[in-house]
Design a protein around this ligand. Sequence first.
Ligand code: SAH
Length: 257
Amino acid sequence: MSGADARAGFLHRRAIVEAIVLSPWLLLPRAAPARQGASNRDDHAAPRAALIAELREQSRDDTGSATRIDPAVLAILARVPRHEYVPASERKNAYENRPLGIGYGQTISQPYIVALMTTLAAPRAGQSILEIGTGSGYQAAVLAETQAKVHTIEIVEPLAKQAAQRLRRYPNMQARVGDGYYGWKEHAPFDAIVVTAAASSIPPPLVAQLKPGGRMVIPVGSSFFTQTLLLVQKDAQGRVRTRQVLPVRFVPLTGGP
Ligand code: SAH
């Protein structure tokens, strides 16, 4: 299994190296083998760029609003290989702006929602972040790209194991199986908490594990209808303020009391 992970990391690095090293060759006549090789290995570059352009366009309309996406977050999505976080059967759809099935009745979130939740959580290098619902590991990877210390919990064991393998490339990542409703006391308090499954109400243990000045992004509502993405902020005095961001649809948060 570590071989698969090493290979994924290797392919990722190789794609970057080739983009730099091989591109002059594409200009040469009779460079067919190089061109074909490059396109085979970098099939995802064009759809990924198109997705980022779409998100940038969508965000431009939102200037000044709560649903605006931070350009630095878009730059992260432009370099995280979403196709490595989905099952092989969904790889061709990896750069569509929609959720995809990852097995066990769970989904990898829509890229726009990943970008928005990351923007709202506003992680900074060195900060301590908690994610509930590792799923595919994609949102965790996006958070880790900010160089924050990311702690992520998944309740479905096979998903947790698979994601932990994928995320081994990030030294600033800790992933474990468990019920995220109760947070991760040993690493609390957190600068930000990102919950990627819908809770019926805000779990009190998560509020307790938020630092003063911290931010939690969480979808709240009934299982499949009328959920709202909330931004929960704790001020320096420990007072909690909640702001509704937009209607969303997430798989339910299980576990809890
Ligand atoms: N962040 C994920 C989204 C996965 S969907 C991604 O980027 O792919 C939400 C995930 O939350 C599912 O995998 C589900 O199993 C998990 N989940 C649901 N309830 C949970 C709980 N109480 N604790 C931890 N994970 C939970």
